[in-house]
Structure formats: C-alpha cells, structure tokens
Design a protein around this ligand. Structure first.
Ligand SMILES: Nc1nc2c(ncn2[C@@H]2O[C@H](COP(=O)(O)OP(=O)(O)OP(=O)(O)O)[C@@H](O)[C@H]2O)c(=O)[nH]1
Length: 430
C-alpha cells in the first residue's frame, strides 16, 4: 500500500460534510461560483416556500433568489403588461374620437382632456408598452410603468370627478375594471396594488360624499367601490403568492436536474452544458483548461463484495472528496460523468499545476478512510485518471477533449490502475 507523505495523517478522515444539494446557503451568495448564479440550494428553497405558504405578505426572497425571481417574473408578464398598456393607451387616445361612445366630453373640459390625453397620457402609455415589449433598461422601464399606472388612475379619478360635476359622461365602472386589470395582467407586487387601490377608493369616496352627500346612492356606490378594491387587492395577493410558489418549484426542479443526487457533484446534464460554455470562454480569453477524467478502480468488485448500498457509499465518499478538492474557483467544474466516473475541469492553469492538482486528487481518494457502514470493514478505494489540457485559445469541441481524457484514462487502467496518464490535447480537426 502507498504510504502517505511525511507530515500528513495516515488517512484523511472522511468528514461527513453536508451534501451541497441539501446544504444550507446559497452558491451565488457565497460568491464562489458565478456560473451557479441564481441557484439556491434545496434548503434555501424550502425556507422560501414556507415563508410564502405561511407568511401573509413579507415574501421578498433575499439576495440572488429575489433577483432571479424578478427576472423570471418580468419575462412571464412581459406580454400581458405590453397588452395592458397598449389597450389603456388605445382607450384614452380614441376617447376624443367617439363623442357618443365611452366618454362624452363637454367643452371646455374636452379641450383639456384632449391635450392631456393626446400629449401626455397616451404617449406615456405607449412608451410603457414599447419599453415593456423591448424588455431592456429595467430601471427606466419600471419607472415608466409605475408612472403610466399612476397617471392612468389619476386620469380616471379626474374623469370621475368631472362626471360628478356633469362635465363628462364617464362610465365609472371603468375605474374598478382598470384597477383589477392592472392587478391581474400587470402582475405588480401586491402591496403596491393594495396601496394604489386604497388611495383610489379613498379619493372616490371623498369625491362622492362631497358632491352628493351621504345618501342611499352613495352608500350603494361605496359598497361597489369597496368590492372592486377588494377584488384587486386579493387578486394581486393570490397572484403574487402563486407566482412565487411556481418560481420556487421551478428552481427546485432545476437544482435536481443540475445536481447528481448521490455524490452532490454536478449532474452530467449540467456538466455538458457548462463545459461547452467554459470551453468557449477559454477560447475567447486565450486561456488553457485542464480536464481530469477519473474512474473508480475495480468498482464492480466493491459492489459484488460489499453490496450496491456500500458501493453507493463509496461513490458518495469519492464525490465528496472531489467536491472538496475542486470547483472552488468561478470557472472550475466537477461532475459525476456517469456510473463510477467523475470529471474535474480547471480553468487557466499551467500543465505543472494541473499535474500537481490531479496527483493530489488521486492521493486524497487513496487516503480516504472509507469503511462499510454495514460491517465497519475498511474499503480501499483508488481511482485511475486521464488528464489532458487544451492550449490557450484552441478551438476544440467538448467531446474531442473528453475523448482524449478517456483514452488517457484507459491507458492508466492498462498500466495497473491507481495512477494517472496525462498529455496535451492536439486536435486532429482540419
Ligand atoms: N453501487 C453503484 N454501482 C454503480 C453505480 N453506477 C454504476 N455502478 C456499477 O459500477 C460498475 C462498473 O463496473 P466496470 O465498468 O466493470 O468497472 P470496474 O469494475 O470499476 O473496473 P475497472 O474500471 O476496469 O477498474 C458496474 O457494476 C455498475 O453496475 C451506482 O450509482 N451505484
């Protein structure tokens, strides 16, 4: 058996670190891995779900989770918000055209109305629709959207007041309908909708009481306004709650898809996507990447001798060891490649550094004190590996690089296992 180097413990005890899949914390918050941005762990997602399910309204997710939710939410509501602003713009801009239609405006209010409509509100609503459709310049878009919503409601309150003074025939149900439409199709945060609805309600009640006094008609009308505002508030509340729960479920699915459930390393699905991206980035930035493909030696014997559950325990132990040894820098990757094969990708290191790191991984696995959870028997685990690297800026396809690492791995197996073969990858592509 190989002796550990002087000064190192005879075995590296297998620390049972939490599986990253279930560990509390947030990869993006830790600032460790930008490619993992917006990927909260299952524990974080579970906590967020409990908050939405049991809390009444303080639902803002913290940090990157909130950012990711907002990005998703904006995309989800882009079409309906665009439609909403376009329809309201159409309503106001065509108002002056149909004197006997929805709005019958008398002079001189008609002039003022036309000026406000055609030169202020209409263009603002169109701008909101266009910016929403474009989906860029978020700060500007959000400010214009808020201004458009506020201006619409202010215009409707103004028209309602004019109606009470008999200066315009205004179907005042339009105000409630618009509020409800904004709450549902705009998908705006529910406290903002609630505040807006309550302000509108208060102003309308004041206007009616001031102009008509407290008579049976005003009481009926007030009841209708309260119902409208309640529909808007409750609708926006349940809308946002459902949207947040949907996002959480989606994020859970993504974590499960991207993480290997046994080892906690990235899944093959995630590796294939991310490796191609990292390779492209390396080409753009003229950086070298190193790929270490590893395979547990005689793993079938472990399965046959100790049973598959112990085999799983061994894979988990190797996965944890690899996880602790790699993947700390933003563009490094580690994944379960399949079965008992695992892979590490290192970004921007020279061959000597890559060899030293790969050696250290092989040594760490060899020194693992893996014992059978069933019998307590010590299981000797070793791996063979193929290490290759692409020269800075080389234009290689992911599968070619992996193929070369696999050939080197095969040579390591042929040479007796528990070792590594390495060499630069030279493309045969013409
Ligand atoms: N317990 C367990 N076994 C697995 C898993 N995935 C693959 N295996 C087993 O891993 C074994 C791989 O065996 P082989 O491909 O013959 O390789 P080996 O025995 O490691 O031999 P060498 O690679 O040549 O050293 C097979 O018996 C698979 O059933 C898993 O998730 N859990």
């Amino acid at each position: 058996m190989n002796e550990p180097p002087a000064g190192q413990p005879a075995t590296t005890p297998l620390t049972v670190e939490p599986n990253p899949l279930f560990a509390d914390g947030d990869a993006a918050e830790s600032g460790e891995h930008p490619l993992l941005k917006s990927r909260p762990t299952l524990v974080t997602l579970k906590r967020l779900e409990a908050r939405v399910r049991h809390g009444w309204g303080a639902w803002n997710f913290e940090g990157s989770a909130e950012d990711a939710y907002r990005v998703w939410h904006r995309k989800r509501f882009r079409a309906s918000r665009t439609l909403l602003f376009s329809l309201i713009a159409l309503l106001f801009l065509t108002g002056p055209l149909y004197q006997h239609g929805l709005l019958q405006v008398s002079e001189p209010l008609g002039q003022l109305y036309k000026v406000l409509d055609v030169w202020a509100l209409g263009p603002l609503l169109i701008l909101a629709a266009v910016l929403t459709a474009l989906g860029r310049w978020q700060l500007l878009t959000q400010s214009v959207q808020s201004a458009a919503v506020m201006a619409t409601l202010a215009a409707l309150v103004y028209l309602h007041a004019a109606d009470l003074r008999d200066e315009v025939v205004f179907p005042d149900a339009l105000m409630g309908l618009t509020l409800i439409a904004i709450a549902y199709f705009g998908g705006f945060s529910w406290p903002r909708i609630a505040l807006t609805a309550l302000v509108c309600l208060g102003v309308r009640i004041l206007l009616e009481v001031e102009s008509l006094g407290v008579v049976p008609e005003t009481i009926t009308s007030m009841a209708i306004r309260v119902i409208e505002a309640s529909i808007a508030i409750l609708g926006a509340w349940s809308h946002e709650r459902l949207a947040r729960l949907t996002w959480i479920r989606r994020a859970v699915m993504q974590v499960l898809l991207r993480t290997d459930g046994l080892t906690g390393l990235s899944s093959r699905y995630d590796f294939d996507r991310t490796f191609a991206r990292v390779l492209r980035q390396a080409r753009r930035e003229h950086k070298r990447i190193g790929v270490l493909l590893m395979d547990v030696d005689h793993f079938k014997r472990i399965n046959d001798g100790h049973g598959h559950l112990v085999g799983d325990h061994v894979l988990r132990s190797v996965g944890e060891a690899i996880g602790h040894q790699s993947g700390r820098r933003p563009l490094d990757l580690h994944a379960r490649f399949g079965g008992e094969e695992m892979v590490i990708v290192w970004y921007d290191l020279v061959p000597a550094e890559l060899e030293a790191l790969a050696d250290s991984v092989i040594r760490t696995v060899r020194d693992l004190a893996v014992t059978s959870p069933l019998t307590g028997e010590r299981i000797l685990v070793t791996i063979s590996a193929g290490l290759t690297w692409t020269e800075p800026g080389s234009d290689h396809l992911p599968h070619q690089v992996l193929q070369h690492a696999d050939e080197l791995l095969y040579q390591a197996k042929q040479a007796g296992r528990d070792q590594m073969k390495f060499g630069a990858f030279v493309s045969t592509r013409v």
